[in-house]
Design a protein. Structure first.
Lengths: 295, 307
């Protein structure tokens, strides 16, 4: 007992000392837990890689049907701008889709397995618990993205690749905003239970179309484009791919570069805070109502 | 006080026997009753989640929108997209082509997903073990589930198909100019081997448990093999061979051929139908056999309740 207490105190893990080091230690432990859970299902490793390739193949094959027969290397799907628009949009789609699913779904799994309530009864920080669930997304989806880039570059065309450092900053803010949506989804998952999966599924398809992740915004019908302009994530998609492609003619499509920067930065700052506040409120409300272990 | 206590089990027992539901007399009526009970139970469950039904109607249209809009972007205009598409597929109706593909895919995927996820959910909520340990016939339970899935996917298919045509402005006369009766025959005959595949899918989920990632992957594999947005003739020859031993590829191509006047795999509709019939004879039996083997294997090892 005494030795255990000493170890806890040396790591600042005692309940009486909720300092920065203790927070960091808890966060590290929470991330480790996520990786351990992930390691238990090796099939998920293989399938996530394979799925990216197959999705891309399905859309590349469909796209070839719209390319004139006998066209040269810079026409249709082989055109760098079209390939870049499709691929960079797809990268963001992978992150968005995983965020919508992973955070909420992992909370839901804990609910099913009966560990969610005990997790909430521990004094561990709730924000770091939520944030630790993001690490899997950043790690795996990031790796998938790089592999997909190599695949597209090999199969279709040389994708335009410019302003990498600036594009990473755009990606960072866009992802922060997306994680905020993920926090919202986790909060909704606690409250809506079974229907939250449906919501995540629907939302990812709506986002795929409305944020024009597979095609330029210019092909969207005008009424749909109005809705697209109301979604901050659309500006993240537009600015990210425009930056990566070196701002080809007609890009960015939705607004000027400066305006898109303002929207993307605001999205990246406000959304995670708002998402977490909503999540915390949902949890408190659910605990007061019927407990969070009910599923 | 004691009279009803004695009379109750006796009358219930009689009622069971009269319905052939006694454990010792599991006749066809009992099996039919079990299948019907499973069907009703699943219908009651889905009534609680109306959002799923709405999604099943919206999803094929949203899914079909992706290649349609991508095609318009690549070709530069819808007119040029139609011309380019015709050069590759012999039809300019690329919107109808994509809508048919997306709807048939949703039907196939729905059958497999609903079955697989039903098993997984029963496993997670702890009812699978008791369900499969009951003396009810597994074939009757699976038939009830298959009946539920076929009714659910059929309703969604027709509503989603019409919704998709309206959303993209496809003139319905363009669709109705095709052989609708033949398309319906292909859909319903084609779904029988799909149920066989879904039993295989159930067996897989029982064995590997945390199968959601595999289910997601398999859905995309299905879409690739059945040529959801393209004719399978553009696939490499080895993949075409794999696609041709996969019944949904035939179903999808035949529905498109009958509605859009495209060519059949075997040259005529009755030969394609004969191939689908052959799948109908083989796959459900193989699926059921593998499912039973997987069930026995899991029961012998860690049990069905583990997840």
């Amino acid at each position: 007992m005494a030795t255990q207490q000493k170890t806890l105190q040396s790591q600042e893990l005692g309940l009486s000392e909720p300092g920065f080091r203790q927070g960091l230690s808890t966060f590290r432990a929470q991330i480790k837990k996520q990786f351990i859970v992930m390691k238990r299902y090796p099939i998920a490793f293989i399938t996530s890689f394979a799925m990216v390739f197959i999705i891309l193949m399905v859309f590349i094959l469909a796209a070839t049907l719209f390319t004139p027969k006998g066209a040269g290397d810079d026409v249709g799907i082989k055109s760098g701008v079209i390939a870049g628009t499709m691929f960079y949009g797809f990268c963001l789609f992978m992150f968005t889709s995983d965020t919508f699913w992973t955070i909420g779904n992992s909370m839901r799994m804990e609910q099913y397995q009966g560990t969610l309530e005990s997790l909430f009864l521990t004094p561990a920080n709730k924000f770091t618990d939520l944030a630790s669930r993001i690490t899997i997304i950043v790690f795996w989806t990031g790796l998938n993205t790089v592999l997909a880039l190599l695949l597209i570059d090999y199969i279709i065309a040389d994708i335009p690749f410019a302003n990498f450092e600036t594009a990473i900053i755009v990606l960072l803010f866009t992802l922060l905003g997306t994680f905020g949506i993920g926090f919202f989804m986790a909060g909704l998952g606690i409250r809506l239970k079974e229907s939250s999966e449906l919501l995540a599924n629907m939302l990812q398809f709506f986002v795929l179309i409305l944020c024009a992740m597979f095609f330029p915004f210019s092909v969207l019908p005008e009424p749909v484009l109005v809705i697209s302009r109301l979604i901050p994530l659309s500006y993240g998609v537009d600015l990210f791919r425009s930056t990566m492609m070196g701002f080809p003619s007609g890009y960015p499509e939705l607004a000027s570069t400066q305006t898109e920067w303002v929207i993307v930065v605001a999205f990246g700052i406000i959304m995670p805070i708002a998402g977490f506040l909503f999540y915390r409120w949902s949890v408190y409300r659910q605990r007061a109502k019927s407990g969070i272990s009910d599923y | 006080m004691s009279t009803p206590m004695v009379a109750m089990p006796s009358s219930r027992g009689e009622a069971f026997h009269s319905k052939n539901l006694g454990l010792s007399a599991q006749g066809w009526r009992a099996n039919l009753s079990i299948a019907w009970a499973v069907f009703i139970a699943r219908m009651r469950t889905i009534r609680r989640y109306k959002g799923f039904l709405i999604m099943e109607i919206l999803l094929p249209t949203l899914f079909a929108a992706l290649p349609i809009l991508l095609g318009n972007a690549i070709a530069g205009s819808s007119k040029q997209a139609a011309a380019n598409f015709q050069d590759h597929t012999k039809t300019a109706s690329y919107v109808a082509y994509m809508i048919i593909g997306a709807n048939v895919f949703m039907m196939v995927s729905g059958a497999m997903w609903n079955f697989g996820m039903w098993m997984r959910r029963e496993q997670q909520t702890g009812t699978l073990e008791s369900l499969l340990l009951s003396p009810a016939s597994k074939a009757a339970i699976l038939s009830g589930t298959a009946l539920y899935i076929s009714i659910r996917t059929s309703i969604s298919f027709f509503i989603a198909f019409i919704f998709g045509c309206l959303a993209f402005g496809v003139p319905l006369e363009e669709i109705f100019a095709g052989n609708i009766l033949l398309a319906l025959i292909f859909i319903y005959i084609g779904m029988i081997p799909v149920y066989g595949l879904s039993f295989l899918f159930g067996a897989l989920i029982m064995e590997i448990k945390e199968a959601s990632s595999l289910v997601n992957l398999l859905q995309w594999v299905i879409s690739l093999l059945m040529g959801i947005f393209f004719p399978i003739t553009i696939l490499p020859s080895w993949l075409q061979f794999v696609a041709k031993i996969f019944p949904p590829s035939w179903m999808n191509n035949d529905v498109r051929s009958s509605l859009l006047d495209l060519s059949y795999f075997m040259g005529s509709w009755y030969l394609d139908l004969a191939v689908l019939f052959a799948f109908c004879l083989i796959l459900p039996m193989v699926g059921l056999w593998i499912f039973s083997r997987a069930e026995k294997h899991v029961k012998r090892n860690q049990g069905l309740g583990q997840f």
